[in-house]
Write a protein that binds this ligand. Structure first.
Ligand code: PMP
Length: 418
């Protein structure tokens, strides 16, 4: 209840995008003589001063290795790294900081689960259930595992609008399904999948679920307990944090039972040449010197978005998405790919028969940064019947004016190819 009233109050605070933009110095530049309009946020996001300053201060004042330091700097670094883990726990509403493993990013989070939980539980003839809209990083690790084990990867079909077919999902789940791994938000279609419902259905059959949150965390509140998932992973660089630092949340009972991932310092209890015992969670899964500055910077990024309020960010981005959807639809020949009812602010499109790379190049001359290609989703491209799309992906610092600049530049693309 108290939480609800805070949310309502938060939503009533005006969203001051001008002030937010001042936090991101990189946005002030001009590109090819035009103000930069950065609409490639699904690939990576920019970093606010708070993150840059936290990382700088860590290296200037506290830099030391973590875990075994007996000196003051070692203790400060260890404490800051532990505090970063607690910040992630709070951000995801995970029950326990030991259930938060720092990884390189979503890609490593998924590989970790495939190579540990997957190796232990998937055997010949078993099935791993994904969806047609997965990023390669939520396909290939499972294929590697399936190849080793003689298992099979299957994909939940999607509709033409880009929504997951829940009827087909239920039909595909069977006694051989060992894990369901699906994306929270599609990096191409923008579809927000009904992950709580997907989890509920799998759990009713005792099947664990991994959620790829790479495209979700910067755009909506995420609560792993409310979702009920077993694993949730995301990359720091897509939520205004540094590259090379990400998170795997895992349910304690599963993490404890899982075999280890990489071997090395930090993940051991006792080592002899005959045998090694392993550390408790979370160190068990963090071999070697971790990305200390990355984790601390990531925590600063989570604090940054939390202070703004993820509900407010979601509601602001909904307005931007509505404006973009409406104005882009008026560009002659433009077709949006991904028209799900529940969408995050990602606008993928094709424009007549203009190649998406040409669109990207022409837009760049106008200062507008978008992405063009298969977006690491080749099976989805095949499903959509295209070889590539152009994609504008928004974040909390984008504005209506920037969308208008995009639409203006798209009209110019039409003229070039008329
Ligand atoms: N999943 C999705 C849905 C993504 O969009 C991405 C990045 N484009 C990833 C996973 C992989 O993230 P990273 O490259 O940061 O590991």
């Amino acid at each position: 209840m108290a939480d609800d009233s805070r949310r309502v109050r938060d939503l009533e605070r005006p969203f001051d995008v001008t002030a937010i933009r001042r936090d991101f110095p990189i946005l002030e530049q001009r590109v090819h003589g035009k103000p930069l309009v950065y609409l490639d946020n699904a690939a990576t996001t920019h970093k606010p001063q708070a993150v840059l300053e936290t990382v700088r201060r860590y290296y200037v004042e506290d830099n030391a290795n973590v875990r075994r330091g007996v000196h003051a700097l070692g203790e400060r670094a260890t404490n800051a790294y532990a505090a970063a883990r607690e910040t992630v726990r709070r951000f995801l509403n995970a029950p326990d900081p030991d259930e938060v493993v720092f990884v390189r990013g979503a890609t490593e989070g998924i590989n970790l689960v495939a190579q540990t939980y997957g190796r232990a539980h998937v055997g010949a003839g078993d099935e791993i259930l994904l969806s047609e809209m997965e990023h390669h990083s939520n396909i290939v690790p499972w294929q590697i595992l399936a190849g080793e084990k003689g298992a099979r990867v299957r994909a939940i079909p999607i509709t033409d609008a880009g929504e997951m077919r829940l009827d087909e999902y239920e039909r595909l789940l069977n006694g051989r399904t060992r894990i369901v791994a699906v994306t929270h938000v599609s990096n191409v279609l923008g579809t927000v999948n009904p992950v709580a419902e997907i989890v509920r259905i799998a759990k009713s059959r005792g099947i664990p679920v991994l959620i790829d949150g790479a495209q979700a965390v910067a755009h909506m509140p995420v609560d792993v307990q409310a979702l009920g998932c077993d694993f949730y992973t995301f990359s720091g660089h897509k939520i205004f944090g540094p590259t090379g630092a990400g998170v795997l949340y895992g349910r304690r009972a599963l993490l404890e039972a899982m075999p280890v991932y990489q071997g090395g310092g930090g993940m051991i209890g006792q080592v002899t040449f005959e045998r090694t015992t392993y550390a408790q969670l979370p160190n068990k899964f963090e071999a070697g010197t971790p990305n200390i500055a990355g984790a601390i910077g990531l925590a600063a990024a989570l604090d940054y978005v939390t202070a703004i309020g993820l509900d407010r960010i979601a509601s602001y981005e909904r307005e931007l998405l509505a404006h973009g959807t409406e104005t882009m639809a008026q560009v002659p020949g433009l077709r949006l790919t991904g028209t799900a009812r529940s969408k995050a602010a990602i606008l993928s499109f094709v424009l007549g028969d203009v190649h998406p790379h040409d669109i990207g190049t022409i837009l760049d001359r106008a200062g507008v940064a978008i992405r063009a290609g298969h977006h690491c989703c080749q099976p989805l491209m095949a499903r959509l019947g295209v070889s590539a799309t152009a994609r504008a992906s928004l974040a909390l610092y984008n504005t209506r004016d920037e969308i208008d600049a995009l639409v203006g530049a798209l009209r110019d693309v039409r003229k070039v190819f008329a």
